[in-house]
Design a protein around this ligand. Sequence first.
Ligand SMILES: [Zn+2]
Length: 131
Amino acid sequence: MSYEGGCLCGQVRWRAAGEPINVRICHCSLCQRATGGPFFARALFRAEDFSWIGETTSWPTSERIERRSCARCGVPMFSVPNDPPGRIGVSLATLDHPDALAPECHIFVGTKRAWIALDDGVPQYEERPPV
Ligand SMILES: [Zn+2]
């Protein structure tokens, strides 16, 4: 399978040539601030399967993760963890076919917004899921 997507203005386009490592919704406070939304729904791909074109801005939101947004329309696109390296997270909201991938679990629900009710039946973890 392959997946493709892009930002709102079309300047940034991405493609993943394989299946994701995992698909998760993160409710941590950093993801809330970084996306400007109540959570970050993202698929994590192997970097060797992943490519993008277009100009992005980058911002390290922690020692572990750098975020990249479209340099023109500002849509938060990618989260790039460095520990371990070789992976890239991409916002599910930027998929060309938005329901092509579905989240497997919710993480960091200990900091989720109180007005979000989760009833989708997938596992929920207070912080990180068990390895
Ligand atoms: Zn854009």
